[in-house]
Design a protein around this ligand. Structure first.
Ligand code: AQP
Length: 331
């Protein structure tokens, strides 16, 4: 852990209402895979989640559940650091500093800010606007080389790179400029009810999203209800966004190429295909669901993992923060 010879990976996920299949295929599944080759740091980013109003008791519970779910998804605390963002105060502190090197215009262009302010017009708060700066601080604090994220986070990562380059340009080499790491398929899993929109945790239509902890039968049912396109062929094409989305999911779960999937379902209808995708996802999620229950039930173990993770993260974060403060002239 914290092996100087290995490249560093950092990524985070918000503890809001469980993880979707999009969160898993787009990001979290890669977190486990990268542990063999990289020095990995993963975080439940609780500070990000309060940009939208949260019920305190629910948030408290979901922070722990998210950590247990990450462990169930394959984050190994023996090889990686897993911690709660709010337990490491350097994130908020570096975020303030980096905010002073970020332009209003840059933040105004962020599509997630525009989308979320439209979704929550009653609460367009400062945190929602400066969210990408906190994300930049999360990443830059750990001198991160690689950030495994879904395609929806590309714009935020680009901003983090710009902030790092700008700061390095003024003060000399301070932060590693990170690269994104995106899955080859399913980098953007789409809604099952509107395949032109991304699958989103906060979608009020529960049929639009698969949650990792959904009941196994419900998972198959949701896929059976998934919106498909006109025609009956199982073929990936721009004019067939529904089928293409299901093919991406199936491909990501089975490792089959689109050509192989087209051959497999040649002459079969949408019904057979949707059932096959549903059963494949159900079977893939079963062991995760079983492990989750075990991790969540052992309170002492989970507390221990998170406490030790926060200590290790804090040590690394304090080194970068001290360096940035020195460069600016704060120390
Ligand atoms: N649909 C998706 N396809 C692929 N990757 C996705 N990610 C999110 N949605 C998809 C990736 O999951 C990681 C964690 O994201 P987050 O904690 O920022 O969650 P989020 O983006 O808030 O999740 P949602 O579902 O998009 O939430 P709401 O409903 O609040 O908008 C990131 O790496 C992200 O790319």
């Amino acid at each position: 852990m914290a092996d100087e010879n290995k490249k560093r990976v950092f990524s985070g996920i918000q503890p809001t209402g469980g993880f979707t299949l999009g969160n898993y295929l787009g990001a979290v599944r890669n977190w486990g895979v990268l542990q063999d080759e990289y020095d990995c740091i993963y975080s439940v980013v609780d500070l990000h989640s309060i940009t939208v109003r949260q019920d305190p008791a629910t948030l408290r519970r979901q922070i722990r559940e998210s950590a247990a779910l990450l462990l169930a998804c394959g984050v190994d605390p023996e090889r990686s650091i897993l911690f709660i963002q709010g337990d490491v105060h350097q994130h908020a502190e570096l975020s303030w500093i980096l905010g002073c090197y970020t332009q209003f215009g840059e933040l105004s262009r962020m599509t997630q800010f525009k989308d979320k302010s439209q979704k929550h017009p009653e609460n367009v708060n400062g945190g929602l606007f400066t969210y990408p700066v906190l994300m930049a601080a999360d990443i830059l604090l750990y001198q991160t080389d690689l950030v495994p994220i879904g395609a929806d986070q590309k714009q935020h990562l680009e901003l983090a790179r710009n902030i790092a380059e700008r700061f390095n340009g003024v003060y000399g080499q301070t932060f590693v400029v990170p690269d994104g790491y995106f899955p080859k398929v399913a980098a953007r899993v789409m809604s099952l009810q509107d395949p032109t929109a991304k699958m989103s945790k906060s979608d009020e239509n529960t049929n639009a999203k698969i949650m990792l902890l959904d009941d196994p039968d419900l998972i198959v049912k949701k896929f059976r209800r998934a919106v498909t396109d006109s025609g009956s062929e199982i073929r990936a094409a721009e004019y067939k966004p529904g089928v293409t989305n299901l093919m991406s999911i199936y491909s990501a779960c089975t490792g089959k190429t689109f050509e192989e999937i087209e051959r497999e379902f040649d002459g079969k209808g949408y019904g057979d295909f949707k059932t096959a995708v549903g059963e494949t996802v159900r079977d893939m999620l079963k062991p995760i669901q079983e492990r989750y229950a075990v991790y969540l039930s052992d309170k002492e173990q989970l507390n221990g993992i998170l406490k030790s993770g926060a200590e290790k993260a804090s040590y690394l974060a304090s080194k970068t923060l001290a360096k940035a403060r020195r460069k600016i002239g704060l120390d």
